[in-house]
Design a binder for this molecule. Structure first.
Ligand code: GLY
Length: 396
């Protein structure tokens, strides 16, 4: 068992991007100032989605987005050392205990929730309870692994907040889960139990095989026969169409595969991340902020998704840190282009009325949620800014 948090950071501390870019440092400073200024208003609530007046709607304890405010607070603590951020992040711990007490709340998003909620706490403060909560969440995520089909089951038949979902949830893999594998990699490093690593590697291989098309675009979801594990078909849930390419799904996978490569040294995962990022770059054309879906062809409004831009920027900076020479320079330039697009058209850090950092996210366009602040857009914006400046210590 690993005993000291500092040794974790040393062991994963590969060189980041060695440069200082004033506009990104200034933007990061404004993020910290915004977090500090909004803490008395946000309190212990956790943002879910922005309103038109740039205030937040807040989420309940079982929402997949529940940890993104925590993640920003832990990053702010790391950057400033100011205990005000520690207190605000730590005070959210009861939410994570609640998730583990509710069977219906435990789903494929445990990685998002506990990496940013509890692993961060453990790495920053060496709290044994935070470590314990993180490991219990990793066990619950591991329990979702299906030997037939070799994937981590997405979604539950009954959401924690009530109601039910159709039977189609069984046998379901979604792109977003790639971003949750980091919790398994952490648990493997932490305990030495190989099952964590094996499940993460198998899920990543299944995702690469079935969710990525031959042209390097991606399905949001894929359905398997739950009994046999046989692959059936690709579908979308939040994208424009089954055969289109939802930009946030592609971004989840770019970051997810890059993070797998960073955590494990797996060259195959790095190659997948490269392919997905190169395709997204090509599909963006001259855009600086991705459209919410890359294959809109019906003349419907081309909403942007700033969250896809922020997630992808953080992911391509990871790719840059794992490559060298002209290739690293290319990925760094692409990350800069994405960040510059966000700064030019979505940045709310200079707007005193805004509670969030980025505008123009697209939570779920077909369900009517577009053009909003999103807490995950904000978290990944901070992560991308930090990666652009060479920071290498995150909670994934
Ligand atoms: N994980 C759901 C989403 O990206 O909207």
């Amino acid at each position: 068992m690993r005993a000291e948090r500092d040794s974790y950071f040393e062991s994963t501390d590969r060189p980041g991007l060695a440069r200082t870019t004033d506009r990104y440092q200034q933007a990061l400073d404004r993020c910290i100032a915004k977090l500090r200024a909004t803490m008395p208003i946000v309190g212990l609530r956790n943002p879910k989605i922005g309103r038109a007046d740039l205030t937040w709607d807040y989420c309940g304890p079982f929402d997949w987005v529940v940890s993104f405010q925590s993640g920003q607070l832990w990053l702010a603590l790391q950057l400033t050392g100011d205990p005000v951020f520690l207190n605000a992040a730590r005070a959210r711990r009861p939410v994570f205990r609640q998730i583990l007490q509710n069977h219906h709340a435990k789903d494929h998003d445990l990685g998002f929730q506990f990496s940013l909620g509890c692993v961060a706490d453990w790495l920053m403060t060496s709290s044994p309870e935070a470590r314990e909560l993180g490991l219990r969440a990793a066990e619950a995520l591991l329990a979702r692994f299906r030997q037939e089909g070799q994937y981590i089951q997405a979604w539950n038949p009954r959401p924690a907040h009530g109601g039910s979902r159709a039977v189609f949830v069984a046998g379901r893999v979604i792109a977003d889960t790639m971003q949750n594998l980091a919790l398994l990699h952490w648990a493997h490093r932490e305990t030495g139990h190989v099952d964590f690593h094996a499940a993460a590697a198998a899920h990543a291989a299944t995702t690469a095989q079935h969710l990525i098309r031959n042209d390097d675009t991606s399905y949001h979801t894929f359905v398997f026969d739950p009994a046999s594990g046989d692959p059936i078909r690709g579908e979308t849930h939040q994208g424009f169409a089954h055969e289109s390419c939802w930009s946030r799904g592609q971004a989840w996978m770019i970051h997810g595969f890059a993070q797998c490569a960073l955590s494990t040294g797996d060259e195959a995962a790095l190659n997948v991340a490269r392919r997905l990022a190169a395709k997204a770059e090509a599909l963006m054309g001259r855009d600086q902020v991705p459209a919410w879906d890359y294959k809109l062809d019906d003349g419907s409004p081309a909403h942007r998704d700033s969250s896809a831009g922020a997630i992808m920027a953080a992911g391509v900076y990871i790719i840059a840190s794992l490559t060298t020479g002209d290739e690293a320079a290319h990925w760094t330039a692409f990350g800069d282009r994405l960040l510059d697009g966000l700064l030019a058209t979505c940045d709310l850090t200079t707007n005193p009325a805004a509670l969030g950092l980025l505008n123009h996210g697209a939570a779920n366009v077909r369900a009517g949620y577009a053009d909003n602040m999103l807490p995950y857009g904000d978290y990944y914006f901070m992560e991308a800014l930090m990666r652009s400046l060479g920071h290498t210590q995150f909670f994934w």
